[in-house]
Design a protein. Structure first.
Length: 342
C-alpha cells in the first residue's frame, strides 16, 4: 500500500467521518485544509474509496435484515453460477449485496416481511437444487428483525483502517439501525431518492436534479439525515492489501449466552459487519493474511470461553478477496423504491 502518513490520515478521516467537508475534517485530524483537499482529490481519482448513502430502512417500512450463506458444488464454475442467478435471484430488490467464490457465497437483504424474503429463498433453493449448484446442504438463512436485533457494524471500515494504519483511535459501537419511524410525503420521496442516488452531490446539484430551490434541498437534507439516511465510505479492498474475508455465523447455547450488550466484547478492529440477536450473531471481518484471520478467530472463541458462554454451533466461511467476486455490489435504491412506493 503506497500511501504516505498524511494520505493514511486523510483516508481514515474520510472513512470515519464521511459527511465531513475538508474544513471539518481538518479540525479532526489536525492537517491543513488545503492538504486535505489535495489528498482527498487524489485518493478519489485513484479509486481508494467510494461514498454511498445507506437508507435507514428499518424506519421506512423494512422489518428485517436477512443474511443467506451456503456452500456450492465446486464443479459448477463461478461465472456459470453468476450467469444463472443474476436474472433469477440477484434481480430481486431485497438483495442489496452478494459475494461468492467457486464453492461458497453469501448475501445481505432487507425485507418488508418474511413472506417477501421467503419467496426469494424458495426460488433460490429450487433453482440451486434443479441445476445441481448445492453441495449437500440447503442455503442457511439468518434473520435479524430490527425490533429484537442490534446491528453494531454495517460496512464499518474505520476500526479496520485504524488498525492497518497504526492510528490510535477509540471506536464506540452502538446499534446503527435504531427504530424511529419516518413519514415522507409524495414530493419528499422523490427528493429522498435524489439524495440516495447522489451521495456526494452538493445542495445546488440536488436542487437542480430534483427541481427545487437550494433552500428546500437544505431543509430536506436536515430532515433525512440521520434517521433516514447515513453516509458510508468504503475503501477499495485490493488497495488495502486485504486478502481474506471471513463470514461467521454462531449460535449460542441458550443456557450460556451473552446478555444484550455483552456480545459486543466479540467485536474487534477487523470486524466490518456485526449483527446480533438473542442466542446468535453474524460477523464479517477482513484480514491481510492467514495469521491475522487465525488470531481474530481464536480471540473470538477465547472471549466466548472467558465469559462463560457456550457456542452450540458455528460456521465460518473464508473467502479469498483476490478470487471472490462481488456478484451484486451495494445497491439500496430498488428496495427503497419498493418500500416507499409500495
Amino acid at each position: 500500500m503506497n500511501l504516505t502518513n498524511n494520505e493514511k490520515k486523510v483516508l481514515y478521516g474520510i472513512v470515519k467521518f464521511p459527511n465531513y467537508n475538508d474544513k471539518m475534517l481538518s479540525e479532526k485530524i489536525f492537517l491543513k485544509q488545503s492538504t486535505i483537499s489535495a489528498i482527498r482529490k487524489r485518493l478519489k481519482e485513484e479509486g481508494y474509496y467510494k461514498i454511498i448513502s445507506i437508507p435507514m430502512l428499518q424506519n421506512l417500512g423494512a422489518e428485517m435484515l436477512v443474511l443467506i450463506h451456503t456452500n456450492f458444488n465446486p464443479v459448477i464454475p463461478l461465472e456459470k453460477r453468476i450467469e444463472i442467478t443474476e436474472k433469477s435471484i440477484e434481480a430481486y430488490e431485497e438483495i442489496v449485496f452478494s459475494m461468492g467464490e467457486e464453492d461458497k457465497g453469501f448475501s445481505i437483504s432487507f425485507s418488508r416481511n418474511y413472506t417477501d424474503i421467503g419467496k426469494i429463498n424458495d426460488i433460490r433453493a429450487k433453482t440451486f437444487g434443479r441445476l445441481g449448484l448445492l453441495d449437500r446442504e440447503y442455503p442457511k438463512e439468518v434473520i435479524f428483525p430490527f425490533e429484537i436485533s442490534r446491528i453494531y457494524r454495517f460496512f464499518t471500515f474505520a476500526p479496520l483502517l485504524s488498525n492497518l494504519f497504526g492510528i490510535n483511535d477509540k471506536i464506540s459501537d452502538e446499534n446503527l439501525f435504531k427504530i424511529k419511524k419516518a413519514n415522507l410525503g409524495k414530493k419528499e420521496v422523490g427528493i429522498f431518492f435524489k439524495f440516495l442516488e447522489n451521495p456526494e452531490a452538493s445542495l445546488k446539484e440536488i436542487a437542480e436534479k430534483a427541481g427545487i430551490t437550494r433552500h428546500t434541498a437544505g431543509r430536506m437534507k436536515r430532515k433525512f439525515f440521520d434517521d433516514m439516511l447515513k453516509l458510508v465510505a468504503i475503501p477499495d479492498f485490493s488497495k488495502m492489501n486485504l486478502k481474506i474475508l471471513s463470514f461467521c455465523h454462531l449460535i449460542f447455547n441458550p443456557k450460556h449466552a451473552p446478555e444484550h450488550e455483552e456480545i459486543k466484547k466479540i467485536i474487534d478492529a477487523s470486524t466490518i459487519f456485526f449483527a446480533a440477536r438473542n442466542f446468535e450473531y453474524v460477523s464479517i471481518s477482513m484480514h491481510c493474511n492467514y495469521e491475522s484471520y487465525k488470531f481474530h478467530k481464536m480471540q473470538a472463541l477465547q472471549k466466548i470461553r472467558e465469559n462463560g458462554w457456550e457456542a452450540e454451533k458455528y460456521i465460518i466461511r473464508t473467502f479469498s478477496i483476490d478470487k471472490a467476486k462481488i456478484i451484486k455490489d451495494i445497491n439500496f435504491l430498488p428496495i427503497t423504491k419498493k418500500l416507499l412506493r409500495g
